[in-house]
Design a protein around this ligand. Structure first.
Ligand SMILES: O=C1O[C@H](COP(=O)(O)O)[C@@H](O)[C@H](O)[C@H]1O
Length: 242
């Protein structure tokens, strides 16, 4: 198996391994007095990671050097149960000493097109640029059962190559509007990590990793192909078909 694929027995062990990675990257940045710029995903998978970070890493991570951005957001207010920021706030931000001025949320409650534009301008001002694109230190991605990542869904693959770093998307079934980072800026990060758990992801995941069957239909395949290189943190259930 590729050296960038890390498989763990349980979702807890998988999340803890990502927490350790975050700790080590944050400490390294701290050593050089540099900010650690991370973009977080939402959905259900990172909740466990956030709980572990809050319970076990509130003291050891140098949170004052950590700057948090988002990979994507649902266009709902932050108090809505589907808000990616809201989930992160409840499970992580409330409990760790991260400074408010280091939290750069996507505003799901305002006009999506204007917000995508504002977020891109903000990223260009706050982050170092590489090839004129904002460069994150770490982007944490999830993957849906349909192979989507961030809010780049299989019916809108053009977002993988969009010129804009931030765009408006829509969920293919519910039609819910989203704001999302696009493929080029995701692949421009120093490190891209997929955190994927659960048996519902195993079939799509094996197609992506082994470039088989319908892999070209899944947005996550393209991030895997073009990031430098993406790391996969998987539990046994997600990795069952590899
Ligand atoms: O809608 C989203 O889905 C993906 C995957 O979510 P999960 O619930 O299967 O973990 C997530 O990465 C993305 O941030 C989110 O908005």
């Amino acid at each position: 198996m590729d050296s960038n694929i890390h498989v763990f027995e349980t979702p807890e062990q998988t999340a803890r391994a990502v927490a350790e990675l975050i700790l080590n990257m944050a400490k390294e940045k701290n050593k050089h007095s540099l900010p650690f710029n991370v973009a977080l995903s939402g959905g259900s998978t990172p909740k466990l990671l956030f709980n572990i970070l809050a319970a076990e890493y509130a003291q050891s991570i140098p949170w004052h050097f950590v700057r948090l951005f988002w990979v994507d957001e649902r266009c709902v207010p932050p108090t809505h149960p589907e808000s990616n920021f809201g989930m992160t706030y409840e499970n992580l931000l409330k409990q760790v000493p991260v400074h408010n001025s280091n939290v750069f949320r996507m505003l799901g409650e305002v006009n999506p097109a204007k917000e995508a534009e504002r977020y891109q301008t903000m990223l260009e001002a706050q982050l170092p640029l590489r090839d004129a694109l904002p460069r994150f230190d770490l982007i944490l991605l999830g993957m849906g059962d349909d192979g989507h990542t961030a809010s780049i869904f299989p019916d809108n693959m053009s977002l993988l190559y969009a010129d804009a770093s931030v765009a408006v998307a829509a969920h293919p079934v519910s039609g819910q509007q989203r704001i999302t980072l696009t493929g080029n800026v995701i692949s421009n990060a120093d490190k891209v990590v997929f955190l994927i758990t659960g048996s519902s992801k195993s079939s799509v995941l094996q197609q992506i990793i082994h470039r088989k069957q319908n892999f070209k239909d899944f947005p996550a395949s393209y991030i895997h192909a073009y990031s430098a290189p993406a790391d996969f943190y998987l539990d046994k259930a997600a990795a069952a078909e590899l």
